[in-house]
Every structure is written in structure tokens, then in C-alpha cells.
Write a protein that binds this ligand. Structure first.
Ligand code: SAM
Length: 230
């Protein structure tokens, strides 16, 4: 379970009502029950339930069970798409080990605004399910020009009009993958991205993938070729 509290030996943590309900009523755990916690920074800790009331539950930390994992420094930059698809993209990126999520607003982005708290809670749920103890950072949306202007690492630009084969282009090390919106980049945007000194266009095959599929494919290619899978 994710807790917004700094975890350490013997720390006492009050769980939120939803977590208390889940442990008490769904998992039928009571005083003495054990649970694994993470705070998004210090790894995973074993805790024991010390007080279990209807909607209140307090746990006491016993010991650290895992140090924080090291994750490839991969940022997934994406033009927000329809809400359900963006939710799905955030969940898959979290499961696959992406370190940072960067919404990028482009001319054809359909989503007016991005609800960061919503994306953060989806990332927390995905982290709880897949067992990662570091949460992906969810950055404030940026316009494409500002995003390009602040680039400080290789940018792998998923371009359905053509690009390098992933196995040739993707290299280990800090990187950003950029995926366009459903309607694609405008010709000017594509030109601006391709002209960036740090950008390499990569192909994800001969078919036109949905944006969320392209995000999944590109992140998987990076993790398999240049990431931490073994
Ligand atoms: N131009 C597309 C069309 O004709 O429908 C619209 C963009 S596509 C639905 C959404 C995004 O996924 C693209 O901007 C690109 O970043 C990525 N993408 C889709 N298929 C791709 C492919 N075969 N290779 C590389 N990127 C791809």
C-alpha cells in the first residue's frame, strides 16, 4: 500500500479510510495483521496492524523489506488523448518502469486539460499492483515548443511517417520518448521535432498505431533494448 508518510523502523502510520476498509473488510485483516507499505522514496516496509476500528486503522512499521529499486531514467512524453486512453497509458507506463510522465500539448491535442491528481492516483494504483516502490513523477503539461526548448537528453520521437528501427536507435541512458496525439503532429510540429539536435525519429512498424499503443510499444522497446529487463 502507498502511504503519504515517511517510513522508518517503529513509525506509526494511520491509514486512510479507504485503505482501512480494504484491509479490514476486503482482506479481513485485523490487529496483528501484516501489510507491505511504500512511500515512493525509501523502498518497501513490513508493517503490523496495531489498531483496527471500523474506518480507522493504524499500523506500526517493523522493518524495511526492499530498498528502492533503480529505474531507467526514461520519460514518456505524450500528447494527452481521451481520458480513458490516457488513464490506460499512465497505468501501462507505470507497470513498465517509466520514471516520469510528461504531458505535451500540441495543435491537435484533444484533451483541453489534464487532471494531474487523477493521473497520480492511477500511477499509485498501478505501482501497488505491480510492486514498484518508486512512483513515476507526473509533470505539469507543457506546450511542444517549451518541451523541446527544455530537452536535456536524447529524444526518441515515434513517427509513423518513418524513422530508424528501434534496435538501431535506442541506447541505454536517460532518454525521453515522444508520442503524438490521435490526430498526429502537424507538419510544422513534425519538422520542429525532427530538427531538434537531440531528436531521433523511430519507427514502430508499418502500421498506424493508436497513440496509447504506440506509447506501450515504444516504452517496451526501450526497456527491452536499453532498459533494465533481464
Ligand atoms: N498520423 C496518424 C494517422 O494517420 O492516424 C495519427 C497519429 S497516430 C494515431 C498517434 C501517434 O502514435 C503518432 O503521432 C506517433 O507518435 C505514434 N505512432 C503511431 N503509429 C506509429 C508507427 N508505426 N511508428 C511510429 N510511431 C507511431
Amino acid at each position: 500500500l502507498f502511504v503519504r508518510a515517511a517510513l522508518a523502523d517503529d513509525a506509526t502510520v494511520a491509514l486512510d479510510p479507504a485503505q482501512a476498509n480494504y484491509l479490514g473488510n476486503v482482506l479481513r485483516l485485523g490487529a496483528g495483521g501484516e501489510v507491505l507499505l511504500f512511500d515512493g522514496a525509501s523502498g518497501e516496509w513490513l508493517a503490523r496492524i496495531t489498531e483496527a476500528a471500523k474506518k480507522r486503522m493504524t499500523v506500526t512499521v517493523q522493518r524495511r523489506t526492499r530498498s528502492p529499486e533503480t529505474l531507467p531514467e526514461l520519460t514518456l512524453a505524450f500528447a494527452p488523448i481521451k481520458r480513458a486512453q490516457t488513464d490506460w497509458l499512465v497505468e501501462k507506463a507505470t507497470e513498465l518502469g517509466v520514471a516520469r510522465l510528461q504531458p505535451v500539448m500540441t495543435g491537435r491535442t484533444v484533451a483541453e486539460r489534464v487532471k494531474l491528481e487523477r493521473l497520480e492516483s492511477i500511477a499509485i494504483e498501478a505501482a501497488e499492483q505491480c510492486g514498484r516502490t518508486l512512483l513515476p513523477a507526473v509533470a505539469e503539461p507543457k506546450p511542444l515548443a517549451a518541451f523541446l526548448g527544455q530537452l536535456d537528453r536524447p529524444l526518441y520521437f515515434a513517427d509513423e511517417t518513418g524513422g530508424a528501427h528501434a534496435s538501431e536507435a535506442l541506447r541505454p541512458g536517460p532518454a525521453t520518448i515522444l508520442i503524438g496525439p490521435e490526430g498526429g503532429f502537424t507538419p510544422d510540429e513534425r519538422e520542429a521535432v525532427r530538427a531538434h539536435r537531440l531528436a531521433t525519429a523511430i519507427s514502430l512498424g508499418p502500421r498506424i498505431l493508436r497513440a496509447e499503443t504506440a506509447a506501450l510499444a515504444a516504452v517496451t522497446a526501450y526497456m527491452a533494448l536499453a532498459g533494465d529487463w533481464r
